[in-house]
Design a protein around this ligand. Structure first.
Ligand code: SF4
Length: 457
């Protein structure tokens, strides 16, 4: 068989797309290799959400040029959001590219490679098919999914936040038929997956568009909870405006839905939220959190934050710090604003200096580190339920996994009893930030479905 080397930048949707292309390429005779120098095909799945990710891709291809010169039959391709957004720039800057494939054309990768092999390259395949429903036809799996598996349920985004490229690179929202999702989950569970993580750029908008048989997002969650073998359920990434009362009730009612929610807020200033076209206010966001906490008091929250958005005053920024302190997020993905092509924010004056952006970012990181540290202390001396994801020998520990609240947990003990995929209990002895450390709480091995984290604290 021929060999394919793949590298992925960006979000979990990109990781899922890479996995899908690997599976399809396997059917075309390509085996995955971790060594680029052994490859017959190199496929880089790119991200354009930030400028830095783009630069990394260009420098990566600089390193691939000698390989192509030494072996002109080597096929080089770019997939993902950068491919969608910068087709001409990519072709000009990397003239030895054989193909470009956009995120909407992942299912066409076999045809693209076939055409390149026939000498028809370079090929650019970046059209959005607005007529076609979103479908990922079932295929036999070529590798075990591991204890935690990702499942795409919706693609694209209709929100058009003023800083974001996603609606331009991934297109409008389209949901996948529930029956197809259930079938994929059954297949993953049969292969050993215990946790299912539903993916979408705007995952809780699921069901609004593109379904022949309409199913609301919360109904999909109840449907998945009925599938035998699914022990944990999560979803990323949600938009506050698509959060329904029924979804809040689902958090309360579905035992296997983990008590963790990633809910981007982006800013703690209503003025900046309006400029960002987020369509929610800080009051609306806080009220949603209060409703969630009234149903699920110990729900763990994480968020995305952008600092230094055009026009952000010191006062606006202080609002973000205040909101973080009020919600007490467990974790935040924090970035300085960077202007992106095609976005409405590009028209605004990027008027915060680099130094000031960095200063605000550092302040945000420091605050989040303190909140994470303080939140982690609540687990000291407690037992937490852990889905074991892997064996580890780091720092004298035995296994690594995740608690329902999405804390990373490493623990000692249980080597003769446990394996990845097991759900067990761990007594936390050390809690200093993002990782909880502890010992296996022997004889408390859980074989039943998870309790979603309820009652742990
Ligand atoms: S909701 Fe998320 S993916 Fe959609 S435009 Fe806004 S930031 Fe981008």
């Amino acid at each position: 068989m021929k060999q394919v080397y793949m590298e992925t930048f960006g979000c979990q949707m990109n990781v899922a797309d890479t996995d899908r292309m690997e599976l399809l390429l396997f059917q075309s005779g390509y085996l995955h290799t971790p060594h680029v120098e052994d490859a017959d095909l190199v496929l880089i799945n790119t991200c354009s959400i930030r400028e830095k990710a783009e630069q990394k891709v260009f420098s990566l291809f600089g390193g691939l040029k000698p390989l192509k010169q030494a072996n002109p039959d080597l096929i080089l391709g770019v997939a993902g959001c950068l491919a969608q957004q910068e087709q001409t720039v990519l072709m000009n800057r990397i003239p030895f590219l054989d193909f470009i494939v956009g995120p909407d054309a992942v299912e066409s990768i076999q045809q693209i490679i076939h055409r390149v092999e026939l000498g028809e390259g370079p090929i650019v395949w970046t059209e959005f098919d607005s007529e076609k429903n979103y479908s990922i036809p079932e295929q036999p799996l070529i590798k075990d999914p591991g204890p935690s598996a990702f499942v795409n349920i919706i693609k694209g985004c209709d929100k058009f936040c003023s800083f974001c490229v996603v609606p331009f690179t991934r297109g409008r929202e389209k949901s996948r038929e529930a029956g197809e999702i259930y079938a994929e989950i059954r297949q993953l569970v049969d292969k050993g997956a215990k946790e299912i993580v539903l993916l979408g750029q705007n995952v809780n908008a699921y069901g609004k568009r593109g379904l022949e048989q309409p199913v609301a997002f919360h109904e999909l969650l109840y449907g998945i909870a009925d599938i035998k073998g699914v022990e944990r359920l999560r979803f990323i990434t949600s938009h506050p405006m698509d959060f329904t009362r029924e979804l809040i009730a689902a958090y309360r009612d579905i035992d296997i839905l983990m008590n963790h929610l990633h809910l981007p807020v982006q800013s703690g200033s209503n003025r900046i939220l309006e400029l960002m076209r987020r369509s929610h206010t800080t009051e609306w966001y806080m009220d949603l959190i209060a409703q969630l906490k009234s149903e699920v008091p110990d729900i763990a929250l994480s968020t995305d934050i952008i600092v230094g958005f055009p026009g952000e005053t010191r006062q606006d920024f202080e609002g973000t710090l205040k909101l973080m302190e009020q919600v007490r997020f467990n974790n935040s993905y924090m970035f300085t604003y960077s202007p992106r092509p095609n976005t409405p924010a590009l028209e605004m004056a990027d008027d915060i200096s680099h130094e000031e952006k960095q200063e605000r970012l550092q302040q945000t990181i420091q605050l989040q580190n303190r909140l994470t540290e303080e939140n982690s202390q609540a687990f000291l001396g407690q037992e937490v339920e852990v889905l074991i994801e892997s064996v580890t020998s780091r720092r004298g520990m035995s296994f690594r996994g995740r608690s329902p609240h999405y804390w990373s947990v490493v623990f000692k003990g249980g080597e003769d009893h446990l394996k990845p995929g097991d759900v067990t209990r761990v007594r936390v002895e050390e809690a200093n930030g993002h990782v909880l450390k502890g010992n296996w709480a022997a004889n408390r091995h859980c074989s039943a479905r998870s309790d979603g984290g309820r009652g742990e604290l």
